[in-house]
Design a protein around this ligand. Structure first.
Ligand code: 6GU
Length: 228
């Protein structure tokens, strides 16, 4: 899978050199390329933003540097790549969407800052990209960089070969619509707190039933919105 990220703070994305995603890049499973939006400006000050038409606070990112950057990451022979635009005004990013995106060949993340990108860029880009504005949740970040990191990790770990043991993807929160059951390891008694008895029983059916019950209990308690 190829992933391009365009940002005015490319250094933010240096975390992609680390851990599982970093390893997948080194192995050639993920081809991640980070680009500085300012490289696509032509004026002396490398301007990327201006004041909003209609007035209001903040600045809006200029259309032309974005168009140049997006044209540069398009690869001939590329079917329609997917353009993900992180924004609190986007559609909710979910595990289901991560799974769907993990099957695509080419993702491009457009990290906006300030009050966002001139809306015409998204309209124009829709001619050659599958454009999806995405939000991590109902809160506001200063820009799309941190959100892109989160999404690249969520998507990247679902790409075959990125995670050594794909079984670990099965029993985790959101994979079956419920939160994950609690986990315990040694020692069996720690500071007077014992591990739930059933986990030491060796009775696999009883363990599976207890874990299911814990998933439902937790989900009811913490995320009732996930239950039917
Ligand atoms: Cl995806 N981007 C920004 N800038 N803020 C957010 C977000 C994304 N998701 C929640 N807040």
């Amino acid at each position: 899978m190829r992933i391009d990220v365009v940002s005015i703070f490319p250094e933010y994305l240096s975390a992609l050199d680390l851990s599982l995603i970093g390893k997948a890049r080194a192995q050639g499973i993920l081809d991640v390329r980070v680009h500085d939006l300012r490289a696509f400006t032509t004026d002396r000050h490398r301007t990327v933003d201006d004041t909003p038409y209609g007035g209001g606070a903040g600045m809006v990112m200029l259309a032309e540097p974005w168009a140049q950057a997006l044209e540069s990451v398009r690869d001939d022979g590329d079917a329609r790549p997917t353009l993900l635009v992180p924004s609190p005004a986007g559609r909710q990013f979910t595990q289901a969407l991560a799974g769907e995106l993990a099957g695509r060949d080419h993702l491009v993340f457009a990290c906006g800052r300030y009050e966002g990108i001139d809306e015409r860029v998204l309209e124009w880009a829709a001619e050659s990209f599958d454009v999806i504005p995405v939000s991590l949740g109902d809160y506001v970040l200063n820009g799309g960089e941190v959100a892109s990191l989160a999404m690249i990790e969520a998507i990247g770990r679902l790409v075959p070969g990125v995670i050594g043991n794909p079984e670990s993807l099965v029993e985790e929160s959101h994979s079956d619509g419920l939160l994950e059951y609690p986990a315990y390891t040694k020692p069996s008694v720690w500071r007077g707190r014992a591990v739930p008895e059933v986990l030491l029983s060796g009775n696999h059916a009883a363990i599976a039933a207890w874990r299911r019950d814990q998933q439902l209990e937790r989900t009811r308690e913490r995320r009732p919105d996930l239950l039917p």
